[in-house]
Design a binder for this molecule. Structure first.
Ligand code: DP6
Length: 379
């Protein structure tokens, strides 16, 4: 017999950023964070987990990622395997009639529906799908929050991809990490109009990984202390309130301030770390011009550990936001025709801003808030 289960898991983009570990081994953060889960129609990982007594023990556990064998010997992947097996073994000990899946080698086959080269945080969707698929295979009675404890050990941001909608990762205080997990602040259906336009910007060279960058920030930035003690706690409260009240202006201001604060601590790291480039800064200028022209806040930018811009906006403001970028960027990969048709020509951006965007944006992704992991039967 081959036992098998599949799941998808979404990408999430934080609006209050996780940056800093108080325990690098357990992936325990120095601050809570909050993200929006993005639609799996555009961005998702699909993972199938299988196990069988007929799989050769000598082959051990394996992972095929986008068709290529991937190393599973890393401490984080091993921690996820271990945690899941321990939970399955407990079920098997309590009910001897269950097949002994915990003793069999695991095979994982994982695929992204978006190009890895886009430099989008695929580790979040990847580890969330990894954990969810094995939990499904093992029929673990664990809630998404419990599974988020395990996914967190794979990659911090992955713990937020176990849920759809608007998701918080509570930093917790326990030394063993037992209270550092994700929960859902609001379902996607609570505020379904939320959209995200991702401007994919190619980096000249590979930047500092988030794992290493945040360790350097923790070790050397003074500004970082202010961020974790005061800025983030305030942003978390304001963001949860903005989401509950569907207050886009408040959501947008906290999103932009928090991204700026995170990148300020990167600049305050010694030596400094720069994730944004001239094209990223042009995207900020464009958002400011769009908001000024609209006379209210209709768009919010945020940047992770790379130059790509993620721009949140509400569906009703598609013309002001998407229309402006479409006007500048013209035809390229990723535009959704059905959304573009009928958009009136909008605001012309400053020539230098438009020039930087035109030269630096290589593709765009139009997406929006979406659901959490789905068993593939449901998908
Ligand atoms: C800037 O989750 O990739 O995207 O825990 O070391 O795997 P590790 O880091 P990772 O860091 C993500 C950092 C961020 C902000 C965020 O997603 O909250």
């Amino acid at each position: 017999t081959i036992y098998r289960a599949s799941t998808t898991a979404p990408v999430n983009i934080a609006v209050v950023k996780y940056w800093g570990k108080r325990d690098p081994k357990l992936n325990l953060p120095t601050n809570s964070s909050l993200s929006v889960t993005l639609s799996q129609a555009d961005l998702r990982t699909l993972t199938t987990a299988s196990c069988s007594a007929s799989y050769l023990a000598s082959e051990g556990d394996s992972l095929l990622l986008n068709g290529e064998p991937s190393d599973v010997s890393g401490a984080r992947t091993q921690a996820c395997f271990r945690e899941l097996r321990t939970r399955r073994a407990a079920l098997e000990a309590a009910d001897p009639s269950l097949p002994k899946l915990s003793t069999m080698p695991l095979r994982l086959v994982s695929e992204n529906n978006f190009p890895t080269a886009a430099g989008l945080a695929s580790s979040a969707a990847g580890f969330a799908a990894f954990v969810r698929a094995i939990a499904n295979l093992y029929e673990l009675p664990a809630s998404p929050s419990e599974l988020s404890l395990i996914a967190r050990q794979g990659s911090g941001s992955a713990c937020r991809s176990l849920f759809g909608g608007y998701v918080a990762w509570r930093m917790g205080s326990a030394a063993d990490g037992s209270d550092s997990m994700a929960d859902q602040v609001a379902e996607a259906a609570h505020w379904p109009e939320m959209r995200a336009l991702i401007l994919v910007v190619s980096a000249a060279k590979k930047g500092v990984s988030s794992t290493s960058g945040m360790q350097q920030t923790v070790a050397t930035s003074g500004l970082f202390q202010e961020r974790i003690a005061r800025v983030v706690p305030q942003n978390m409260d304001a963001m949860e309130k903005a989401i509950k009240e569907r207050d886009f202006a408040a959501f947008a201001e906290v999103t932009m301030r928090d991204s700026n604060s995170f990148h300020a601590t990167c600049a305050d790291t010694y030596p400094p770390i720069f994730y944004m480039n001239d094209v990223s800064r042009a995207a900020i200028r464009a958002v400011e011009a769009i908001n000024a022209a609209a006379g209210r806040t209709v768009a919010a930018y945020t940047f992770d550990a790379g130059p790509n811009a993620v721009i949140y906006y509400l569906e009703q403001d598609t013309e002001a936001v998407v229309g402006t970028f479409y006007h500048v960027l013209g035809d390229m990969d990723g535009w959704k025709r059905e959304v573009l048709s009928g958009l009136k020509p909008t605001l012309s951006l400053d020539e230098s801003v438009a020039g930087l965007l035109k030269a630096g944006v290589s593709r765009i992704i139009m997406t929006g808030v979406g659901e959490g992991p789905l068993k593939t039967e449901e998908y």
